[in-house]
Design a protein around this ligand. Structure first.
Ligand SMILES: *[C@@H]1O[C@H](CO)[C@@H](O)[C@H](O)[C@H]1NC(C)=O
Ligand SMILES: *[C@@H]1O[C@H](CO)[C@@H](O)[C@H](O)[C@H]1NC(C)=O
Ligand SMILES: *[C@@H]1O[C@H](CO)[C@@H](O)[C@H](O)[C@H]1NC(C)=O
Ligand SMILES: *[C@@H]1O[C@H](CO)[C@@H](O)[C@H](O)[C@H]1NC(C)=O
Ligand SMILES: *[C@@H]1O[C@H](CO)[C@@H](O)[C@H](O)[C@H]1NC(C)=O
Length: 642
């Protein structure tokens, strides 16, 4: 109402311009009149005598309509007038780093073309209008560093186009995090730091994958991934849900049912349960990026004691020791360690060997940081042992750093301290091959990969693996090939990740006392057993190149059948046995191939040829399996013969 009358007043007092200036221009003049202080004179040349506003500072037009208004860092004081809603073609509204105050007018949710809304670093107050959910094209939303309050509207989760960082940090938002935020794509990094949010972080969807930095600075928040557990009954609708327990036995993963999971698909549920278990395990190994400044060493040591139970911790740590190393693998990497540790980090993956974070180091620039697990750590034998461990880490990390192939994730730097080991890689943005094939995070509803893309992925992985097998002087082995270790970029180019981690861990684990938990699970069991060659299932079997070839063959079967390696859970057993039986029984190809590929009939010959490559790779007798170089050649022939 107020806005409308201002607008009318404007029209009454400036009758001459009403005739000439466009509506967009009038809306901008309303903004000009709402700005009380303009020290840089940014708006001086916004004149009502102009026919249109397209030449004005900060204004971009297309087809005579204003599409962008960008006036950041101009020390503007004033408020946002509701007339801004008249800029109906506006796609970018960027007014960050000013001193604008007052509320965000609800009417700006009428700007349905808005793609970028950046009002960060102002003095805006009041709530986020719930109607923001109507801005269906919005991909960048930054309202950080204002005085906004009230609860977070669940409607934000309806913004399906969001990408990059959803930044609501440094405001005064209160109340609980809406569970709907779990539906925000996992590729979006959430930043809710420095607010007054409270209650348990809902363990649903992508919220499980956000790192602790997403939630820091909200004293009332609890639960994973923060270190303060939720106290009894705090913000719980269902008092029967057991609390996360740091001593939770990892072998009883179902002991923490989650209310919301009933509505989720089974694959998602598994992820979430795994997340809950890991929450329990890692809540004691608190993620402390700024450990150096805060000297969290004492805390970590205390936690280790808790976990080890009766085992006495005999480690002697000298504070301030200079046993850290931080090495950039190539000269082009110049990120300071402090910068890296300060940057926002978001969990993108978890495994026994540690947690992988996406670390945002600049606009549009991210790294993947693998924080190696300390699970079997903390029971060292003193200084000599530390020295040995550091040397072992250094040489293994350097070996990983020498690997350079377009289908292998590049290591950029590594960091070692007695209580912290980090591997810093390029960030590969498009999730894992496993997710692309079987759905699940980050894209629960992925469109099926076309055959050409699948063939190219399989060929790329084969080339990467061949390189790994042949690059070094020693016979290197990956040892952990599976579809979740193959990352895809925006062009669906595959990158093998995880190379060298097994060696790094086995070479640099401190000796554990007998009876303490082993980091590496017994072979032949667990969710990844389906990738293990028969000879590798025996206890104590070493990883071999032939084992990698077998695992690669299973990955190829996944790619062609669209079925998970462990089988579909309907009594058919593991994928490899199922495929082999299907071929033995000469079942029609249409029963074996991913149904999503069936319409691509022209590819039938290629599909069959790739099946035969996969069957060769998974021969039970390791001597019968081809070398990766031969596999590459076979696959290349498949690609060229049509
Ligand atoms: C704002 O502008 C000043 C100079 O006009 C510059 O020093 C400062 O870095 C700018 N800040 C931002 C956040 O762009
Ligand atoms: C916000 O307003 C307060 C006073 O209310 C002032 O001290 C502060 O500098 C303002 N901040 C900005 C970014 O304008
Ligand atoms: C969110 O905004 C704050 C302040 O505006 C900034 O310091 C922070 O880096 C942003 N978060 C991310 C993840 O970019
Ligand atoms: C938000 O802040 C305003 C003052 O800026 C206050 O009047 C209002 O009660 C606050 N709302 C909530 C929900 O805290
Ligand atoms: C934070 O929220 C609580 C209620 O949840 C309120 O009592 C408290 O005053 C708030 N603190 C700040 C700094 O706004």
């Amino acid at each position: 109402m107020v806005g409308f009358s201002t607008f009318v007043t404007l029209l009454l007092f400036l009758p001459s311009l009403a005739a000439s200036l466009t509506t967009d221009g009038l809306a901008l003049l309303a903004l000009k009149s709402a700005i009380s202080v303009d020290p840089t004179g940014a708006l001086d040349a916004w004149l009502d005598s102009d026919p249109d506003p397209c030449g004005w500072l900060g204004v971009t037009c297309r087809g005579g309509r204003v599409t962008a208004l960008a006036l950041s860092n101009r020390s503007l004081e004033g408020y946002l007038p509701s007339e801004l809603s008249l800029l109906s073609s506006l796609q970018t509204l960027s007014l960050s780093h000013n001193h604008l105050s007052g509320p965000i007018p609800t009417t700006i949710t009428a700007l349905r073309s808005l793609v970028v809304l950046d009002l960060s670093n102002n003095n805006l107050s009041g709530p986020i209008p719930a109607e923001i959910g109507a801005l269906g094209s919005l991909s960048h939303l930054d309202l950080s560093s204002n005085l906004l309050n009230g609860s977070l509207p669940p409607e934000i989760a309806a913004l399906l186009q969001l990408s990059g960082v959803l930044n609501l940090s440094c405001n005064s938002f209160s109340g609980q995090i809406p569970p709907a935020f779990g539906t925000i794509p996992v590729a979006v990094s959430l930043d809710l730091r420095q607010n007054n949010l409270s209650g348990e972080i809902p363990q649903v969807g992508s919220l499980v994958n956000q790192g602790p930095t997403a939630f820091a600075g909200n004293p009332g928040l609890c639960g994973f991934p923060l270190k303060n557990p939720c106290s009894d009954g705090a913000n719980k609708q269902d008092p029967n849900i057991p609390l996360p327990n740091p001593n939770l036995n990892p072998s009883s993963p179902t002991s923490r049912p989650i209310e919301a999971e009933k509505r989720l698909r089974p694959a998602m549920t598994v992820t979430i349960l795994a997340g809950a278990v890991l929450a329990a395990i890692f809540s004691i190994l608190v993620l402390q990026w700024q450990f150096r400044r805060k000297r969290a060493a004492g805390e970590l040591k205390a936690s280790t004691k808790v976990k080890g139970g009766s085992t006495a911790v005999t480690e002697h740590r000298r504070e301030g020791q200079s046993e850290e190393i931080y090495v950039a693998v190539d000269g082009r990497f110049d990120l300071e360690l402090e910068e890296l540790l300060r940057a926002s980090a978001y969990v993108v993956g978890k495994s026994r060997s540690g947690i992988v974070y996406k670390v945002v180091v600049g606009p549009g620039s991210a790294l993947a940081v693998r924080r190696l697990s300390e699970a079997a750590d903390g029971e060292g034998d003193g200084d000599g042992d530390d020295w040995r461990l550091r040397r072992a880490f250094e040489s293994e990390a350097a070996a990983i750093g020498r690997v350079s192939h377009p289908n292998v994730v590049s290591l950029r730097a590594y960091y070692y301290a007695p209580d912290e080991k980090l591997l810093i890689y390029d960030y590969v943005p498009n999730g894992t091959l496993q997710a692309a094939l079987h759905g699940g995070q980050p894209n629960p509803t992925v469109p099926a990969l076309p055959w050409a893309a699948r063939l190219a992925i399989v060929q790329g992985v084969a080339r990467g693996l061949t390189y790994l097998h042949e690059c070094g002087p020693r016979k290197s082995v990956h040892g952990n090939i599976r579809s979740s270790k193959i990352l895809l970029d925006d062009e669906l180019r595959p990158y093998i990740s995880g190379f060298g981690i097994a060696r790094l861990l086995s070479g640099t684990q401190k000796f554990t006392h007998s009876g303490s938990k082993k980091l590496v699970a017994a072979p032949g069991r667990g969710p990844h057993a389906a990738y293990l060659a028969p000879e590798a299932r025996a206890p104590g079997a070493a990883a071999t190149q032939k084992g990698d070839v077998y695992a690669f063959g299973v990955v190829v079967m996944e790619v062609v059948t669209g079925r998970p390696a462990a089988g579909c859970g309907d009594g058919e057993g593991e994928l490899e046995g199922w495929v082999r039986r299907a071929f033995g029984e000469e079942r029609p190809l249409s029963e074996v191939v991913d149904p999503a590929l069936l319409h691509e009939v022209h590819a039938k010959k290629q599909v069959l040829a790739v099946f035969h490559v996969a069957l060769g790779c998974t021969e039970p007798d390791p001597e019968m399996r081809p070398r990766m170089r031969a596999v590459v050649e076979s696959l290349d022939r498949v690609g060229s013969a049509r």
